[in-house]
Design a protein around this ligand. Structure first.
Ligand code: 15L
Length: 271
């Protein structure tokens, strides 16, 4: 049976990459923008927009849907009230809507900022303790726990993808570890749509970077096999400037980790 896929956050940075690519692959897609209407990319495209804190909007997005790719929400550090509305309240409305509409699986866009306070010297497994680097990262930690609860209580599957730096190409030294290339993103989402029942799964959204900090062992059931590697750009990137200060270079969250940091200077050796 053809699966119906919903994409929230379709006008965001990743949504703008995914929407045309999924349409081109013939995926039965419904795309949602936020405040502004989406212009159809192809004739008759199933598009909508609205505030996901409104249950009626969520029901419109999720009616008849098998898998929701949920990218909507605040995607950077912002004042707490905005984060609470978009990433906490909004996410509850989305999962409640998934329950009402019988959505089988949600792909939840978590972030590396849920673990951003780990030093770059550490290698992380999927079961590492969460160490958010701000209110945004904290909202992603909360979102992962919420996703877990909806699996445990209501049997709604979730793939929580801790996205690194999803860009067409890496542009700074940190990205040599965090890059999530667009080809890998498309393959990843394809696996999230196709994979057999997974229950609740956390996975790093990262390419096969030689300098990666993140180990995806334990997520094999998804069948995600990245092929891109930021190392292909290393010589060029390392010859250029590093925009991060000493604090940002020390922590995996980079500039997000440095934003509110008051513990003092990190020593020159990065420790
Ligand atoms: C994120 O979670 C952000 O949404 C994105 O804008 C980047 O900052 C990315 O993390 C990153 O850490 O590079």
């Amino acid at each position: 049976m053809t699966k119906k896929i919903a994409l929230s956050g379709a006008s965001g940075q990743m949504g703008r990459v995914l929407r045309p690519a999924l349409l081109q692959r013939g995926v039965a897609l419904r795309s949602a923008g936020g405040r502004q209407a989406l212009q159809p990319l192809v004739e008759g495209e199933d598009v909508m927009h609205g505030d996901l804190c409104d249950p009626a909007v969520v029901d419109r997005l999720l009616a008849g849907v098998d898998v929701l790719i949920h990218l909507a929400g605040t995607s950077v550090e912002r004042p707490l009230p905005e984060i609470i509305d978009n990433n906490l309240r909004g996410l509850v409305e989305v999962y409640e809507g998934a329950r009402r509409q019988g959505v089988r699986r949600v792909v939840f866009a978590s972030s590396n900022h849920a673990i951003g306070m780990y030093p770059v010297a550490e290698r992380l497994r999927l079961d590492c303790a969460l160490r958010p680097d701000g209110f945004y990262g904290l909202s992603k930690a909360w979102g992962e726990a919420l996703a877990r609860m909806y699996w445990d209580q209501h049997g709604i599957e979730s793939v929580c993808v801790r996205i690194g730096s999803c860009l067409a190409r890496p542009t700074e030294p940190r990205h040599l570890s965090t890059w999530f290339g667009h080809e890998d993103l498309l393959h990843f989402i394809d696996r999230c749509i196709q994979a057999p029942p997974l229950g609740f799964l956390v996975v790093w959204g990262v390419s096969a970077n030689t300098r990666s900090w993140w180990d995806n062992r334990g997520a094999e059931a998804l069948g995600y096999v990245p092929r891109q590697n930021a190392e292909d750009y290393a010589a060029e990137i390392l010859a250029g400037p590093n925009p991060l200060d000493a604090v940002g270079r020390h922590f995996q969250g980079g500039s997000f980790a440095a934003m509110h940091y008051t513990r003092g200077e990190i020593a020159a050796d990065g420790r």
